[in-house]
Design a binder for this molecule. Structure first.
Ligand SMILES: [Zn+2]
Length: 389
């Protein structure tokens, strides 16, 4: 709505100025089809290196892309592929150029203190206007915790949110949380070194973990965030790990979860996306085929065969592209996947975690300062503090 007013305004003034029009990316549209629709040569895509072709499959349906045009003459197109990066197409004297540029987004830190009055979902929404925080909190602490909560019990959360042009992007990430049930404080902390949640003692509180999804020969392309390539003078990124493996090798679900996508996804070819606990998603691309019975909506267990290694989409040879997302943010699977469930942090990992916990506990105390009538009971005496579950 705001966009059309913007455009009309320019026409009324009669200026031959560049207008910026925002449009939603049509669900199911491939990047190649998008180029065709805008009369842009497909070579723009075909000449990209393989990891950049994969990035072009990261465009999120219904995300807004921007067209900068003089009348019907399109000069530039900006298509977001994550919170941090966008595809930039520019009209040149002959043809078009393409590169990947940064999005000016920033992470802001928020704190909230909620007193339970109706339900965790409603109370959390009323206070934050975010629909996902309540559900995320339940998945971090476990449903049982909230069944025994009573009216008047408190919840304190510190979380981060990505903001661009004053607008919220994606869903927030809970960094630390305290739930008080019947005067007992329970804590969860998102360890920044492995992005998993632990209690105050550094123990895992759920049996959730992710595994490498196949037996592979080698890593043909590691994960990389947007980084400037000094020779190509371009930003390069690879939002996953490419595992080289023979065609037909079984691919396993990295963790328990629900299949939310099964089909073709642009340069990723035959792709499966699984939604897991704690807001994680895993993506498996370039598959030769899917296992019979695997479809959108199906629950899968960790280790279940979901499909087979192939070279579909834009791929130079048989391999699995494995992506991991926390909300819509791509993260390095190497930081999270492991061989077995880690039940508690030890040694150096524990030391780093303890330092982080102390900082976060201060944060939670600070949240309570904003509401002086409330002090987490854990701060008064350790004798009334229980942290199990
Ligand atoms: Zn890849």
């Amino acid at each position: 709505m705001r966009v059309s007013i913007f455009v009309v305004l320019f026409f009324c003034i009669g200026l031959n100025a560049t207008t910026a029009i925002k449009k939603p990316w049509v669900s199911g549209e491939s990047f190649l089809w998008f180029l065709k629709r805008h009369n842009i040569s497909k070579d723009l895509y075909f000449n990209l290196p393989p990891t950049d072709k994969e990035l072009c499959a990261e465009i999120i349906a219904n995300s807004k892309y921007t067209v900068l045009a003089d009348g019907n003459n399109i000069k530039q197109i900006l298509i977001p592929i994550s919170h941090k990066m966008q595809i930039h197409i520019r009209k040149e004297k002959i043809g078009h150029s393409i590169d990947f540029i940064a999005i000016n987004s920033k992470n802001i830190h928020k704190q909230v203190l909620v007193t339970l009055s109706s339900s965790i979902y409603k109370d959390m929404y009323d206070k934050t206007k975010d629909r996902t925080l309540g559900g995320n909190l339940v998945s971090i602490f476990g449903r049982q915790m909230f069944k025994i909560m009573q009216k008047g019990d408190k919840i304190a959360i510190s979380y981060t949110q990505t903001i661009k042009d004053g607008r919220i992007l994606g869903s927030p990430t809970i960094i630390s949380a305290m739930v008080e049930v019947n005067k007992n404080a329970y804590f969860r902390f998102r360890n920044p070194y492995d992005e998993q949640y632990y209690n105050k003692k550094g123990q895992t509180t759920s049996n959730f973990f992710l595994k490498v999804p196949l037996r592979y020969n080698r890593i043909s392309s590691p994960f990389s965030y947007r980084r400037f390539h000094p020779i190509l003078k371009k930003y390069r990124a690879h939002h996953g790990i490419d595992y080289a493996a023979p065609r037909g090798r079984q691919i396993h679900a990295s963790g328990d979860g629900k299949v939310i996508f099964r089909g073709r996804k642009g340069g990723y070819g035959k792709t499966i996306i699984i939604q897991h606990k704690h807001g994680y998603k895993t993506l498996y691309a370039h598959m030769r085929g899917f296992r019979k019975g695997i479809r959108s909506g199906k629950m899968v267990s960790q280790g279940a065969v979901i499909g087979y290694v192939g070279s579909t989409g834009r791929s130079t040879g048989p391999h699995l592209h494995f992506g991991l997302y926390s909300g819509s943010k791509a993260i390095n699977p190497n930081r999270v996947v492991r061989k077995a469930l880690k039940t508690k942090l030890k040694g150096k990992e524990k030391k780093l975690f303890d330092a982080f916990v102390n900082k976060e506990l201060d944060e939670i105390r600070l949240i309570s300062v904003s509401n002086p009538s409330y002090i987490p009971h854990d701060n008064i005496s350790s004798s009334c503090y229980r942290d199990k579950s």
